[in-house]
Design a protein around this ligand. Sequence first.
Ligand code: AVI
Length: 333
Amino acid sequence: MDGLYPEHQERTSSRGAATARARQTQESGFLEDVFAGLSAPRKSLPCKYFYDREGSALFDAICALDEYYPTRTETALLRSRAAEIAALAGRSAALIELGSGSSVKVRLLLDAFDRPALYIPVDISREHLMISAARLAGDYPAVTVVPVAADYVQGFALPAGVAAERAVVFFPGSTIGNFRPGEAIGFLRGLGTRLGRGVRLLVGVDLRKDKAVLEAAYDDARGITAAFNLNLLARINRELDGTFDLARFAHRALYNELRGRIEMHLVSLADQTVRVGGRAFRFHRGETIHTENSYKYSVGGFRRLAARAGWQAERSWTDPKGLFSLHWMVWPG
Ligand code: AVI
């Protein structure tokens, strides 16, 4: 566990999973968000709640699917551009990863960077974060690892003494696509404003493409994405005293070409009433809970969006098939 800040080591080891889960539920406003989402005329649930322990494991399985091209394509792109990115980052960079999950891709950057000093993985899923951070700290003893368990959308504090010009924010996986464009602009502007003049951003963005390729990526033959989507209901049952019968809901993923986004829904297969946290919610047969948007961009479209947020795009790279893009940006302050 070399290089992992001591207070974080203590957090990983001493508490049980159930306590951690209860705390996360409480801190995140899960119950309030579920009540609000299921009471709305068009039901929805925030996609950030996908990532409990089960959901994080299912997401890792999605990333390994044949149909889910983003992970392997972005990884190959990072590998082929790592030296170029390292040169842009400079010596002794502080890498901040948003939504770090299993901290796999960042290793390509840490391997290529010139004496990286600091790695700050930020993730909402505390248990998963602490395990991954400890593993990474063991593999990179020269890098100080400071895990931050936080919803990075709400903001997070950087450790004191990290100069903005040394900091590189790594936001891979096209998670920016899970924000609506207006929210993405607000989020990116807030990030630059908070971190300050000279901070760099390396962001992975999925590109627009054939509808069939996109829909297969979000509705795989083995049903892993379906299980990932349905796990949201299972999580509500586990943590909020929910009575969802998972057999009475089905996963649906469709590409909305007009809006340039994949939409994931859970479709009620019957007229039914479900209880959550002591409250009853009615579902009609065919009614859906909208659980996720995954926006797809063109290279130019994303650069324009980032410019509206105040970022200066310096480089953009795509893979040979034009499936995925990486952008290097600077916050001019
Ligand atoms: C995390 N995020 C970028 C994934 C995506 O592709 O939008 C989440 C996901 N949902 C279903 N499959 C993957």
